[in-house]
Design a protein around this ligand. Structure first.
Ligand SMILES: Nc1ncnc2c1ncn2[C@@H]1O[C@H](COP(=O)(O)OP(=O)(O)OP(=O)(O)O)[C@@H](O)[C@H]1O
Length: 303
């Protein structure tokens, strides 16, 4: 179990994180979200022991995670951290990078493990390619596989799929998160992307103003977002009569007391996102057909 108690930290005088507490069980997936600059990466670095805390404690099982004041070498064997900038060996192959920390005393095991991880990150065809010839997204996949090589007990992932194209992203996410669950590896993922969270995270922390604004399951936070910041993470939303209403929760009906005038429709694939004026306020709703500017429609909230 990872236990974070009353963690407080600042780089200089201005606080970056204050009184942060949470726990993560073995095999659990925790997502950390929040606006750019709210301290997500800093929190992962602190969990990794990259800086000394100003206050509080971090424990993994019985071990206290300590910063450079107490440790000559940053990091712990049971924990791996995949940062936004990945530190790979550019002139060696993908397979060698992944196997870098695996023992040469067990060559068969090393080969098997490398092959298994190449499959998880879908890079089997690139096993012999030098890392410097790879794209940013491919390098990110090598970094994830390398972090998994020695089977850590806990993985810290900072925007793990941000460089990966949409063609690969969906299957890669499923592979990596399923692999972590299968091996009972805890993981903490800092992300801006709701797709990294929904369907994968067991719990979710929203950071705002140096603190934990919300800590709950993704389902609960999605269903009843308490602030616009949380609603905006999940999708387009409106504030109507003080309520946060997602665009998909507004439906066109024959008659209601919400009369809106269409401004424009945006094609979104299986639906149109329609921008409209509701008593001087711009709102968005989803509709199956395009609607013409100046048309008037009645809307109903269906939560
Ligand atoms: N090495 C550093 N020295 C001083 N200040 C820093 C350092 N790294 C980050 N900061 C500051 O700390 C705050 C939190 O930064 P951090 O990178 O943790 O945010 P983040 O939520 O991960 O952002 P993003 O989503 O853009 O990656 C920011 O105000 C940032 O400017």
């Amino acid at each position: 179990m990872l236990r974070v108690n009353q963690l407080t930290f600042s780089y200089h005088k201005k606080p970056v994180l204050a009184n942060i507490s949470f726990q993560v069980k073995p095999g659990e997936n925790l997502a950390i979200i929040g606006e750019s600059g709210c301290g997500k990466s800093t929190l992962l670095k602190l969990l990794y022991g990259e800086y000394d805390l100003d206050g509080g404690h971090i424990f993994w099982k019985e071990d206290e995670i300590l910063g450079p004041k107490y440790n000559l070498v940053v990091g712990y064997d049971f924990m791996k951290y995949v940062a936004q900038e990945f530190d790979l060996m550019p002139y060696t192959s993908v397979a060698e990078n992944i196997g870098k920390f695996l023992s040469n005393f067990f060559p068969e095991e090393k080969k098997e493990r490398t092959a298994e991880l190449l499959e998880v990150v879908e890079l089997t065809a690139f096993a012999k390619t030098k890392v410097k010839l790879l794209s940013g997204g491919q390098k990110q996949r090598v970094a994830i596989a390398r972090a998994l090589a020695k089977q850590p007990e806990i993985m810290l992932l900072d925007e793990p799929f941000s460089h990966i194209d949409n063609f690969k992203k969906q299957s890669l996410r499923r592979n990596v998160f399923q692999y972590l669950k299968k091996k009972n590896i805890s993981c903490i993922v800092a992300t801006h992307d709701k797709e990294d969270v929904l369907g994968f995270a067991d719990q979710m922390i929203v950071l705002s103003d140096h603190k934990i604004l919300e800590h709950n399951t993704p389902e609960k936070l999605f269903k009843s977002p308490k602030t616009p910041l949380i609603a905006s993470f999940f999708g387009e939303f409106n504030t109507i009569e003080g309520d946060l209403i997602y665009a998909h929760q507004l439906q066109v009906v024959n008659r209601s007391n919400l009369k809106a005038t269409i401004k424009r429709s945006y094609y979104k694939g299986h639906f149109y996102l329609v921008e409209a004026d509701l008593k001087g306020q711009t709102i968005f709703f989803e509709h199956d057909k395009t609607l013409m500017a100046s048309d008037e429609v009645y809307l109903e909230v269906n939560k």
